[in-house]
Ligand binder design. Structure first.
Ligand SMILES: [Fe+2]
Length: 153
């Protein structure tokens, strides 16, 4: 099993334990969707595709473990560090990159490092593409417009 598959196995296990079926479905579609968008954007921008995909899978892990999104970026970064360290298949620099992106992904209004930006933009694309009939969140409009331009949409 490769590293992304191992992380997915862990995340699947967390999601299986989510008691509310609707919230569980939301977890699968959001985490897999963001991970997929991370792969797309990281490929386009020449960022580390594997680590971006893993950051996408883990970025809201706190929310789906605690059923609470308050402070989820900061708390999720701490959780992701524990998870990735305990797996024993990542070096410190990789853990730092993934957890840094998770920590910063709540800050959609400001610019971050190119790797962190992949996760933030992937989060926006998943929200906007999940149901194109629904409107775009006000706070995501600027990023969504920039992404459409970047991808020629
Ligand atoms: Fe998210």
């Amino acid at each position: 099993m490769n590293r992304l598959e191992q992380v997915r196995e862990y995340v699947n296990d967390v999601l299986l334990r989510v008691p509310d079926p609707d919230f569980r479905v939301c977890g699968y579609s959001h985490l897999y969707g963001v991970s997929l968008m991370c792969v797309l954007i990281a490929n386009k921008r020449g960022e580390n595709v594997e680590l971006a995909a893993i950051a996408g899978m883990l970025h809201d892990i706190y929310t789906f473990t605690a059923m609470d999104s308050k402070g989820h970026a900061r708390k999720g970064a701490v959780m992701a560090r524990e998870i990735l360290t305990s797996m024993g298949i990542f070096v410190e620099d990789e853990i730092e990159m993934i957890c840094g992106a998770i920590h910063n992904h709540g800050g959609k209004e400001s610019k971050h490092s190119p790797f962190d930006e992949v996760l933030i933009d992937a989060d926006v694309l998943q929200h906007c593409f999940y149901d194109p009939q629904l409107g775009v969140f006000e706070r995501e409009k600027e990023r969504f417009e920039a992404l459409k331009k970047e991808f020629g949409l």
